[in-house]
Design a protein around this ligand. Structure first.
Ligand SMILES: NC(=O)c1ccc[n+]([C@@H]2O[C@H](COP(=O)([O-])OP(=O)(O)OC[C@H]3O[C@@H](n4cnc5c(N)ncnc54)[C@H](OP(=O)(O)O)[C@@H]3O)[C@@H](O)[C@H]2O)c1
Length: 309
């Protein structure tokens, strides 16, 4: 176990899948300020190093006050609207939260020693030229992807800002109460209560376990240079093969029939890019991160259900 430090970390959007794994990863060594939004103060952990605060990142004076009260060494900015369908139908709200609030945070943190860690997404890519490296040209097709890319550009343009941008592939894991579902949780429920599941078999991604995402963020804390990193899992899969792995890892007896379909089958959904697989060469080399296989991480999920405390 590593030693506790005096480093203070503010996490916006802390009641989230990634927030939960970050708290688990960091709370022994750092003073954490966990900012929650609509979900009332959750008892995520009773650890003495943790303080809770309420924060709407679109409320500019509240953000300024929070930064001046907490004086964080690091801000991990998770707060966002991330549901692709919701973003498509609520573009104005999405821009205000994903772009404007990030821009304001950059202004507050510029010319200060505080490091900003921003969680971006593989959705900044069109899906036509995977696997994507950090040097690949982004071309988002969804509102969500466009707002994440705009926020990235603002961060990179802000003078005297120490910032790390991490583009994550789609994450899975155990979310806290009140947080959004992810593929693992969604399909685990459907595997219990459905006879037949239609699953897209021609769109690809390399999903990342939220625990690994939190471990990567831990590695970039207090990094001196501004940088972009791509982080995804070892395996490139479709939703169809993701669910096959889920059945195997969770040892689900008599699963429903899995029907492979093309992405066009679901007419009501915003079409996903064909292949958003992220290349992980840079994190392997610079951060000594070794991506793990999907089945290994799903088995880890089986054996490590996060409790509510
Ligand atoms: N999950 C993924 O697959 C994935 C992949 C790549 C990147 N990311 C990015 O990684 C970050 C964490 O993702 P996640 O899936 O764990 O969480 P998430 O479901 O995107 O949750 C985001 C958090 O932001 C908060 N939030 C929304 N509007 C806010 C506001 N106005 N003020 C303050 N907080 C606000 C939400 O709180 P309320 O619900 O209470 O509003 C929630 O706690 C996000 O930035 C996401 O875009 C996620």
């Amino acid at each position: 176990m590593r030693k506790p430090t005096h480093t203070k970390i503010l996490i916006t959007g802390a009641v989230s899948l990634l927030g939960r794994y970050l708290i688990q990863q960091l709370s022994d060594r750092f003073q954490l300020f966990l900012a929650f939004h609509r979900v009332p103060q959750p008892v995520i952990s009773s650890h003495p190093q943790i303080r809770y605060l309420s924060l709407d990142v679109t409320n500019l004076s509240q953000v300024e006050k929070t930064i001046s009260d907490t004086c964080p060494d690091v801000v991990i900015h998770l707060a966002a609207v991330s549901n692709i369908e919701y973003c498509q139908t609520h573009p104005k709200e999405t821009r205000i939260i994903n772009i404007d609030a990030t821009s304001h945070l950059c202004q507050i943190l510029s010319h200060s020693p505080t490091q900003l860690i921003f969680t971006s997404s593989s959705q900044v890519f069109s899906g036509q030229n995977a696997p994507y490296r950090e040097t690949s040209l982004p071309h988002p097709v969804s509102i969500y992807g466009k707002t994440k890319l705009s926020a990235e550009k603002i961060i990179l343009k802000t003078k005297s800002l120490s910032a790390t941008i991490i583009r994550f592939a789609t994450m899975f894991g155990w979310p806290p109460d009140g947080a959004r579902e992810n593929d693992a949780i969604f399909y685990l429920q459907r595997l219990q209560n459905t006879k037949k599941i239609y699953l897209v078999n021609d769109r690809f991604y390399n999903p990342i376990y939220a625990l690994r995402a939190a471990q990567i963020i831990d590695k970039v804390i207090k990094m001196k240079t501004s940088c972009i990193f791509h982080v995804g899992g070892q395996d490139r899969v479709s939703r169809y093969s993701f669910v096959q792995n889920l059945i195997s890892a969770f040892d689900i007896k008599n699963p429903p029939i899995l029907v492979p379909v093309t992405g066009n089958y679901f007419k009501n959904f915003f079409p996903r890019p064909l292949d958003t697989t992220l290349s992980t060469g840079k994190v392997k080399q610079m951060l000594r991160f070794t991506p793990t296989s999907l089945i290994t991480d799903l088995r880890h999920m089986v054996n490590h259900p996060l409790s509510s405390d």
